[in-house]
Every structure is written in structure tokens, then in C-alpha cells.
Design a protein around this ligand. Structure first.
Ligand code: F0G
Length: 356
């Protein structure tokens, strides 16, 4: 049988799994990898090959599934009966789904009213115990860390090292498709696990001589939640990209190490730039990603406008689109956009006027 059976079985040799019978999978990974035809040219970058990896096409609609298959598999190996996480939405959706399929209970702590509705719907429908707190993600993470020390429950935030192990497979897939590492890997940075995981993945392929180059790790935070860029904790992070509304990232030092070892950078983009990038990506390229994901595209645009991308040679840039746009429709459907909808009577003659 040739059926794809998820990233643990695909990249078994690179992952610390002991017992194949305990694997918990929803056949995550193997996500869409697409070359964008219009965007580079819009910015005069004719020699740039710009690709997106659409992680929004994972089973729960975000890249978190890569880490969650590993974290829940390891919890399952250890005989754990419950998992817990703090989340800005996607981790809770993913933890809830993998807990459901493995027969474990999931406890998810979320910042009250600050997660996108689609993500909340997922946590509810997958059957998690949803706990909303009056506080932000950083507060929630502090609490679940302490709870997991004293209670019989496995922490599945990215401070669980198996999460990053799973997430590094995104780098493997890109290299497998391109036949090399890209020159730049651009991605949003929130709790800073993903940039750290990707760097680990690229380095492992490099050390194993699967590829002979490494990318510049190029991260982007939201301007209102930019602790790494400004080198200070944000007590009250704010951004329309609620997924990365984080003021004190857990993998801060791993992320700066990835940046520095790779000769990359971590910069910030404003909410306006993020939403403009979301619109550009959708209307020009037909891909609808959630706001946090579009920080990578906004970052590409910013670097292009600041002439920070080479024009005199062929280069490969990959932007990671971390989550699906359908999770967070409220940023798109609002008073402003509803004005663009035209209302007609159900009358054919009236409607024909549209085309004349
Ligand atoms: N993009 C999306 C869509 C996310 O949900 C997250 C993080 C990130 C980017 C940032 O990734 O934290 O590894 O730097 N979401 C977490 C959550 C915090 O709870 O779902 P990171």
C-alpha cells in the first residue's frame, strides 16, 4: 500500500519514536508547496523564485499538527491520559484533535475573547475542556507549565521538545521538493518555536548531506508584539494577528540563535502591512492564509521595498503560511468590506446591467 501515513512514518529515521504501535496521526504534513507567479514581479524581483508552503492545509488547519503528532505520540508511549496547553488558538485546536483521536483528555487555556472564532469552534467540537482566562497567552503558558509539574497531565506547548522535533519536518519537505535549502526561509514568529524547529531541520539535512546549503532564517513579529526585535518583554502585546499576540516567547534564545547562526534577521511588520499582505496573497495568488501567517508575506514585501533582497542572481525564497484564513474570517468580513457587497432584487434584467 502506498498511502501516505503522516510525517512520523515518512521521516521515521529522524524522529525519536520508540513504539510504532503508539503513533497518533491524522496524516498531517505533505502540505501544498506552490510557486507564486505574480508577487515577485510586482516588486521588480524577476530573478526571485518565491514559494509558499501552505501549512493551513494540515488536518486542523495549521502547522501545529506537525508538532502535535509527535507530542501526543510520546504522551501515548508514556501512558499519559491527558494533555494540556496554553494557546492563542491553533495549538488548542490541534491538541484537542490529537487528544480526541488517541482517547486522551485535552485541557486548553486560552486568553478570553482573544482567539479567532474558528479556532475556538475547533477546540469545542473536538471535545476539549476549554478554559478561558482573563490574561494573555504568556500568563496562560506560565500557568500550564506549573500545572503540568504537579498534576498528572502532559504539557504539549512547544516547550515540550517533541513538538519541535515534529515541526522540523517542514524543513525536510521543502528540501525534498526544492532539492536544496532555499536562500531565505521567511516565517512569522510568536512563541518562537517554529523558527527554531525549522532551523534544526535544515541543519539536520545539511549534516546528513541531503542538502549542501542552509537558508537565512528570516522571522517577522507583529509590531505590537515584537519582544525579540526590540529585545524587551511586551507586557501587553497587541495585534490583529492574534495567533502571534505574545510578549515573552518561550523559545526566545533558540530563535535568536537560529537567526544569528544562519546570518538571518528578525524584523517587525505592522498590522496594516499584515492585512495588506493577506489581501495581496488572496487577490493575486488565490491563497487565503490567516493574519499571523501573512506576516511572512508582509516581511517579504517590506524587504523587497527596502531593497534587501538580491536582484542580480537567482534566489529561492520560501514563505511559511502557518495557518488557514478560514479560521479567522472576522478580519475580512467587517463593516468596511460588507459595503463592497452589492444588493440586488432577484431580477434577471436588473442583474444583466452588471455586464453592460
Ligand atoms: N502562525 C500561526 C498561525 C500560529 O498559530 C503561531 C503560534 C505562529 C505563527 C507562531 O509560531 O509560536 O512557533 O513562533 N501559535 C501558538 C498557538 C502560540 O497557541 O497556537 P511560534
Amino acid at each position: 500500500m502506498n498511502m501516505y501515513q503522516g510525517l512520523i512514518r515518512k521521516y521515521r529515521d529522524y524522529l525519536p519514536v520508540e513504539d510504532d504501535r503508539k503513533i497518533v496521526t491524522l496524516n498531517e504534513g505533505r502540505t501544498l508547496f506552490l510557486k507564486l507567479s505574480k508577487l515577485p514581479k510586482l516588486f521588480g524581483l524577476n530573478r526571485v523564485n518565491l514559494y509558499v508552503k501552505f501549512e493551513g492545509l494540515n488536518p486542523t488547519g495549521s502547522f501545529k499538527d506537525r508538532g502535535m503528532t509527535m507530542a501526543v505520540t510520546k504522551a501515548n508511549e508514556a501512558g499519559s491520559k491527558a494533555v494540556i496547553c496554553a494557546s492563542t488558538g491553533n495549538t488548542s485546536a490541534s491538541a484537542a484533535a490529537y487528544a480526541a483521536v488517541s482517547g486522551m483528555k485535552a485541557y486548553v487555556l486560552i486568553p478570553n475573547k482573544k482567539i479567532a472564532l474558528g479556532k475556538l469552534a475547533q477546540a469545542i467540537v473536538y471535545g476539549a475542556e476549554v478554559i478561558a482566562i482573563d490574561g494573555n497567552f504568556d500568563d496562560a503558558l506560565n500557568m500550564v507549565r506549573k500545572l503540568s509539574e504537579t498534576e498528572d497531565v502532559t504539557l504539549v506547548n512547544s516547550v515540550n521538545p517533541y513538538r519541535l522535533q515534529g515541526q522540523k519536518t517542514g524543513a525536510f519537505e521543502i528540501c525534498d521538493d526544492l532539492g536544496r535549502s532555499p536562500d531565505y526561509l521567511m516565517l512569522p514568529v510568536g512563541n518562537a518555536g517554529n523558527i527554531s524547529a525549522y532551523w534544526m531541520g535544515f541543519k539536520e539535512y545539511y549534516q546528513n548531506k541531503v542538502v549542501s546549503n542552509l537558508p537565512k532564517m528570516t522571522g517577522f513579529q507583529a509590531a505590537g508584539a515584537a519582544p525579540i526585535v526590540e529585545n524587551r518583554i511586551f507586557e501587553n502585546p497587541e495585534t490583529v494577528a492574534t495567533a502571534i499576540r505574545i510578549g515573552n516567547p518561550a523559545s526566545w534564545h533558540l530563535a535568536t540563535a537560529a537567526r544569528d547562526e544562519s546570518g538571518g534577521s528578525i524584523d517587525k511588520v505592522t498590522d496594516e502591512e499584515i492585512l495588506a499582505a493577506q489581501k495581496l496573497l488572496s487577490a493575486e495568488e488565490g491563497i487565503f492564509a490567516e493574519p499571523a501567517s501573512c506576516a511572512s508575506i508582509a516581511g517579504f514585501v517590506k524587504m523587497a521595498q527596502e531593497n534587501k533582497i538580491e536582484k542580480d542572481k537567482d534566489i529561492d525564497i520560501v514563505c511559511i503560511l502557518t495557518g488557514n484564513g478560514l479560521k479567522d474570517t472576522s478580519v475580512v468580513v467587517n463593516e468596511e468590506t460588507e459595503k463592497q457587497i452589492r444588493f440586488f432584487k432577484p431580477d434577471l434584467d436588473e442583474l444583466r446591467k452588471l455586464f453592460r
